[in-house]
Design a protein around this ligand. Structure first.
Ligand code: BES
Ligand code: MN
Ligand code: ZN
Length: 465
């Protein structure tokens, strides 16, 4: 009878025309004035246009409404009346709610009058289908990894140092038997000859580190995916110091590294039957009398000398050493790097897609379709031979930077010099997608975790797991 009362009430509301069911439309109804009877109508748009992304967006709006009203628990009743694949419906609903339910407030003092925090504490799934719960649990695990990545990006640069990233790697390795970790300190970095990483770190008061983590979830397979992440814990620009307005968000410059750690966390917690490794060259790009000097030549791990022409183009230097080291020592079947590499990618694509450059069409297509599936879109940019001309140097094997045209593509071309031909390689530029100054849809402002779901989706598709 309560159900009947409820459906009558909803019928009346609909008859009034106050609620049209447009995508993302919400109407909160207080059925009997009691808190436990709060109800929210959520519009999903026309059924024939239903999509996973539409569900993420609508349920993101719902979660924002719940956050603003300080709801602590929400129940999701799972219906199966939708045209599109029901596991995708669940994915859209769960990701919309979970990805929105995030705030970074570690450094805010709480008003004593306020409740503990502003997050939804529990989302309870009402379903009799065990498959639904299995899907939801996996999505929760991946979203936890996204939170972890966001926290790393949002936390202050004086806390998240190269040493801190190393400690995170060690902690993840402690939690899983399938994960091995190796950390190079400054002395070992010198011994190995990762000299571009050393060059960038010269202006910093904190030591650099070089992190290698290997997860073996399928020991019988020779396949190994290696992900290299840019770990610049703060980017001042170096002697080519960034101007006012250019530096304030540069704690985000280790987002690539944070994606590596987040993806490693998800892969190991999901116990995926894949072999997946991460490599993180980590340093601050500081400014000091000891700073590396524009116009000087520095050696790379790969043996090529580099005329450093812009101290703010530091990411490509440390990635060059990371890629070359990984290819020489980890024997990847394919290698992907992810980095907040260039402001130019923001000019090209905004935050609607990350940039993708690759020497391999199959790998590029796999990544693009993974990006479509999880709505972490990638847009492929060219690696024209002509870009190589731009990096020719009179005094070294190549220079690191040469002007603004096609800045993101030329940066990728620099990296290409450090990748062996024949090894499928992709570069993902997340400079515009890793960190948002304004939140959007179901992604709160600040660190987004962009890339974690992409990598998991890519691994799932490639290995059919
Ligand atoms: N970390 C920056 C790129 C960046 C810009 C990340 C905006 C996130 C938001 C990178 O190291 C950098 O400084 N790039 C320069 C280009 C370089 C060639 C001078 C830039 O984008 O201006
Ligand atoms: Mn820079
Ligand atoms: Zn940078």
């Amino acid at each position: 009878s309560e159900d009947l009362l409820l459906s009558n009430l909803i019928g009346e509301v609909l008859a009034l025309g106050d609620f049209k069911g447009k995508e993302g439309e919400t109407l909160f109804i207080y059925a009997s004035g009691e808190v436990d009877n709060r109800l929210c109508l959520l519009g999903l748009g026309p059924q024939e246009k239903a999509s996973v992304e539409g569900f993420r967006k609508s349920f993101g709006v719902l979660a924002k409404g719940c956050l603003s009203k300080n709801f602590k628990r929400i129940n999701v009743v799972v219906p199966d009346v939708f045209e599109i694949n029901s596991s995708e419906v669940i994915q859209g609903v769960a990701e919309g709610l979970l990805l929105t339910n995030y705030i970074f407030h570690r450094h805010k003092h709480r008003d004593p009058e306020e409740p503990e925090d502003h997050l939804i504490q529990s989302i309870h799934w009402i379903t009799s289908n065990p498959d639904v719960l299995k899907i939801v649990t996996e999505i929760e695990t991946v979203c936890e990894a996204v939170y972890y990545t966001r926290d790393l990006v949002n936390e202050c640069a004086d806390i998240v140092t190269p040493q801190y990233l190393s400690d995170c790697a060690k902690e993840l390795a402690r939690q899983s038997n399938a994960v091995k970790v190796e950390i190079f300190d400054r002395a070992k970095i010198e011994k190995e000859g990762l000299d571009l990483l050393l060059a960038v770190s010269r202006g910093a008061a904190v030591d650099p580190s070089f992190i290698i983590m290997e997860y073996r979830g399928n020991p019988r397979s020779k396949e190994k995916i290696v992900l290299v992440g840019k770990g610049v814990t703060y980017d001042t620009g170096g002697l080519h110091l960034k101007p006012l307005g250019g530096m304030e968000t540069m704690k985000c410059d280790m987002s690539g590294a944070a994606v590596c750690l987040g993806a490693m966390s998800a892969v190991s917690k999901l116990q995926m039957p894949v072999n997946f490794s991460i490599v993180i060259p980590a340093t601050e790009n500081g400014i000091d009398a000891k700073s590396y000097k524009p116009g000087d030549v520095y050696q790379s791990f790969a043996g090529k000398s580099v005329e450093m022409t812009n101290s703010d183009a530091e990411g490509r230097l440390i990635l060059a050493d990371g890629l070359a080291y990984a290819i020489k020592n980890l024997h990847p079947s394919c290698i992907i790097d992810i980095a907040t590499l260039t402001g130019a990618i923001e000019i090209a694509l905004g935050s609607e897609a990350a940039g993708l450059m690759s020497n391999d069409d199959t790998l590029a297509d796999e990544l693009i379709s993974a990006g479509k599936k999880c709505a972490e879109r990638l847009w492929r940019m060219p690696l024209y031979e002509e870009y190589k001309e731009r990096l020719k140097s009179d005094i070294a094997d190549l220079k690191s930077w040469n002007g603004r045209p096609a800045g993101a593509n030329v940066a990728a071309t620099f990296l290409q010099h450090f990748v062996k031909e024949g090894i499928p390689w992709a570069h993902i530029d997340i400079a515009a997608t890793a960190y948002l100054s304004e939140g959007k849809k179901y992604i709160p402002k600040g660190g987004t975790g962009y890339g974690v779901r992409l990598i998991i989706e890519f691994l799932r598709n490639r290995f059919k797991v």
